[in-house]
Ligand binder design. Structure first.
Ligand SMILES: Nc1ncnc2c1ncn2[C@@H]1O[C@H](COP(=O)(O)OP(=O)(O)O)[C@@H](O)[C@H]1O
Ligand SMILES: [Mg+2]
Length: 368
């Protein structure tokens, strides 16, 4: 068994001190023992302080040189291929993140975007795709803010103080970033979080750091991009967007509009930009349908080379009932429409197929 030398020294000192106290032997060694004890104490204290500094300075682990050299602009095309109908928003996000990367430094996050818009328009999806492009080895941190509705949820976010239940697990925001600081953080439906929880983000967005309450460690968000999505304010922003295309004017008025929706102005001021992701026009819905058909069939190892317009029109017509939910229901609908044909295609061993709508039966017809 390996013994800690410091522990062994303490044992020896203990024995010697004991012998002196009981039998009065080794009187000359007492000053030496005293000095040794002091030295041992200071060595241990120094070790403790070094360990603590290492833990506290997790931010020093962020490789800023790597971040500054990162090229994100080339991903704009890929993002726009996947997230349909929001090219201007995507371009904005990409250019801000690229700027953030170029000046990456301690004390500032790479970007923070507030994405208001009706449900099912791709807000969370855009953030997830940015995460894939920016940090392909690191999962985005998706926090559903509707689960942070009470003041006590601040502890869930940044960890309860030591001794409280669950303190060893840490915070749902802080612990994953301590483990891996290269993160895209998605605050989904941000307006639903309690104001106390929203206040936590003042410091985090301001100076890109906060203390995890349970461990006392400093968490650094310098390599993070924040996306806060919200479902309110879309009508007001739509009116502003129709009035002006000037980015400066839009930004100022958007902050006012979102303040009227209940967000606090100091918090709004900390977002790099407020970008409306509005309802998709029919053409883009058709494109999303195409993408979802291709994605669904790809899971079965089959490539869809063509989807007929009639089939898409049929899917969109059936989606009308759910159009207030954006394209959220479309994936399920497409699964329902095309599932029987997947069986058939697999039976024939097809790997590339064309999908059309059989006008007589109203069913999907598959050809190779
Ligand atoms: N603009 C879009 N382009 C491509 N797919 C989309 C788009 N909007 C929504 N989707 C699809 O619908 C799903 C749900 O969208 P989501 O981003 O969660 O909506 P929300 O705007 O409510 O956050 C996504 O996972 C994606 O598959
Ligand atoms: Mg969402």
């Amino acid at each position: 068994m390996k013994m800690n030398p410091l522990f062994m020294l303490m044992v020896v000192l203990g024995i010697v001190t004991g012998m002196y106290t009981i039998y009065g032997i080794f009187p000359v060694s007492m000053p030496i023992i005293f000095v040794c004890s002091l030295a041992g104490f200071f060595i241990r204290l120094n070790q403790f302080l070094v360990e603590r500094r290492k833990q506290t300075d997790a931010g020093a682990a962020i490789d800023f040189t790597m971040l500054r050299a990162k090229q994100f602009t080339p991903y704009a095309g890929w993002l726009k291929e996947n997230v349909r109908g929001h090219d201007a928003v995507t371009d904005h996000v990409v250019s801000h993140i690229q700027q953030g990367l170029a000046v990456a430094a301690p004390g500032q996050a790479l970007g923070a975007f507030l994405l208001p818009g009706p449900t099912g328009t791709g807000k969370t999806f855009l953030a997830e795709m940015v995460a894939k492009a920016l940090y392909k080895d690191s999962e985005p941190l998706l926090l559903s803010m509707s689960q942070y509705k009470s003041p006590q949820d601040v502890f869930t976010l940044i960890g309860p103080p030591p001794g409280y239940q669950g303190y060893e697990i840490g915070g749902s925001l802080t612990r994953p970033v301590l483990e891996n600081p290269y993160r895209v953080i998605i605050l989904d439906e941000f307006e639903k979080a309690h104001l106390d929880v929203q206040h936590c983000f003042y410091d985090i967005l301001d100076c890109a750091q906060c203390h995890e309450k349970s461990s006392g460690k400093m968490v650094h968000f310098d390599a993070c991009v924040f996306f806060a999505t919200c479902n309110c304010g879309a009508d007001a922003l739509r009116a502003i967007w129709a009035e002006t295309s000037d980015p400066g004017l839009r930004s100022g008025r958007a902050r006012e509009a979102m303040a009227r929706e209940g967000f606090e102005r100091p918090l709004l001021a900390r977002f790099t930009d407020i970008l409306l992701m509005d309802q998709l026009p029919p053409m883009e819905i058709a494109e999303v349908a195409c993408l979802q058909i291709a994605k669904y069939w790809r899971q079965y190892g089959i490539e869809v080379t063509y989807t007929s317009p009639e089939l898409l029109v049929d899917a969109i017509r059936r989606n009308v009932e759910f159009q207030d939910y954006g394209v959220r229901q479309l994936a399920g609908l497409i699964r329902e429409i095309t599932s029987p044909s997947i069986e058939e295609a697999r039976r024939t061993g097809a790997t590339r197929v064309r999908l059309e709508l059989d006008k007589n039966t109203g069913q999907v017809a598959v050809s190779t």
